[in-house]
Design a protein around this ligand. Structure first.
Ligand code: TXA
Ligand code: MG
Length: 341
């Protein structure tokens, strides 16, 4: 298949062509503020089936649907609680996905057979414009091949999807860098299913108590289905095995120093770059700047695939703010191979 790259800034004709791909049931790589998505018409079962095929994704892993503003919410969800509107008013467009009861018009193919739907309004002008022109919500998982780190640039989309999809809209590098936060509003208290670009502390300000699902911090138990089906899978994994070192940054750096060798790749905080001179190193950002770390984490995990390192050590931030999402992505990439120092 020929893949068309729509380079930024898209002109009138390119927007029309990109929206036409969606309307015809095709596959389009779309930029969002979190990560790039692999988009298709959320109401078209065949189009959604093709998303699963292109990603190599298990069919029972539901897709998030993307809408251009809050007014579309009642079209695709039922029994919407006031809390959903309160969150939408405060955080949309933005990196927050809400799980709500599914309206009948949303195919089960889109929701992986569930009677709920994940829905969000992304904060990216290119994608908002494409959705409005297409006139339909866009279902989009992250645009990576299943199991690989999520794409945060159009180039990452090209690496994973060139020749497999109809188009990629280049909207520049993603501002946030980790996927959206997922909150399940079908239970009381609401439950955090995936930490992401919106910190838990912000949700708690609006919702009060929020339960953090076990799958956020611990390896899923064999045979037990997590509430967000996608949390069951090994994820974000580079080719070389990853070991995550959590705890005080001085101590985690010292641990890595003692245990690494010439074939090790190292993901470290900016302050420790000098300490690892001579190694293959990726700068995760300053140790107290979680936004920098969220922005860098997926590129860090992809970057070592271009090198011949045989193992990777990663320093890990504490879980406050965006740290919870960075920590979750690193731990999942390591298959929960974590050393606490
Ligand atoms: O930031 C994001 O959310 C990106 C961009 C493209 O919007 N999308 C994304 O999609 O990360 P994906 O498919 O890679 O991750 C969606 C996660 C999966 O773990 C899936 O199982 C869960 O959301 N999910 C989707 N619908 C759900 C539902 N109805 N109930 C529970 N979990 C759901
Ligand atoms: Mg994903």
């Amino acid at each position: 298949m020929e893949t068309k790259l729509f380079t930024a800034p898209l002109d009138e004709a390119q927007y029309e062509e990109a929206a036409a791909i969606v309307r015809r049931g095709g596959l389009l790589g779309i930029p969002t503020e979190t990560v790039y998505g692999l988009g298709a018409d959320a109401l078209n079962e065949d189009a959604c089936r093709r998303i699963y095929e292109a990603k190599g994704r298990p069919q029972n892993n539901p897709l998030i649907i993307h809408i251009p503003d809050m007014s579309w919410l009642p079209r695709y969800c039922r029994d919407i609680p006031p809390a959903a509107y309160a969150l939408a008013r405060r955080f949309w467009p933005g990196p927050l996905t809400m799980i709500l009861p599914r309206a009948d018009c949303v195919p089960l193919r889109t929701t992986g057979g569930l009677d709920t739907v994940g829905i969000r309004c992304p904060d990216h002008p290119v994608t908002l414009e494409i959705i409005r022109r297409a006139g339909v919500p866009i279902a989009a998982p992250s645009g990576n091949t299943s199991g690989r780190p999520s794409p945060t640039t159009a180039q990452h989309m090209v690496e994973d999807m060139w020749g497999k999809i109809h188009g990629i809209a280049d909207g520049g590098p993603c501002g946030v860098g980790v996927e959206s936060t997922i909150i399940d509003l079908t239970c009381t208290p609401p439950r955090l299913l995936r930490p992401g670009g919106l910190p838990l502390e912000d949700l708690e300000e609006v919702l009060g108590e929020v339960i953090v699902d076990e799958a956020v911090t611990a390896e899923p138990e064999a045979g037990k289905a997590p509430r967000a089906p996608g949390m069951a899978y090994r994820h974000y994994a580079p080719k070389a095995p990853v070991t995550v070192i959590s705890g005080d940054p001085d101590r985690s750096a010292a641990y890595i120093k003692d245990n690494c060798d010439g074939e090790s790749g190292i993901i470290c905080f900016h302050e420790y770059l000098d300490a690892f001179e001579g190694h293959t190193v990726y700068d995760l950002g300053h140790k107290d700047n979680k936004a920098e770390q969220a922005h860098a984490v997926f590129d860090a995990l992809r970057a070592f695939d271009e090198t011949d390192v045989t193992k990777i050590f990663a320093q890990c931030p504490d879980s406050a703010g965006l740290g919870l999402a960075v920590e979750n992505r690193l731990k999942k990439a390591s298959g929960f191979h974590v050393i606490r120092v």
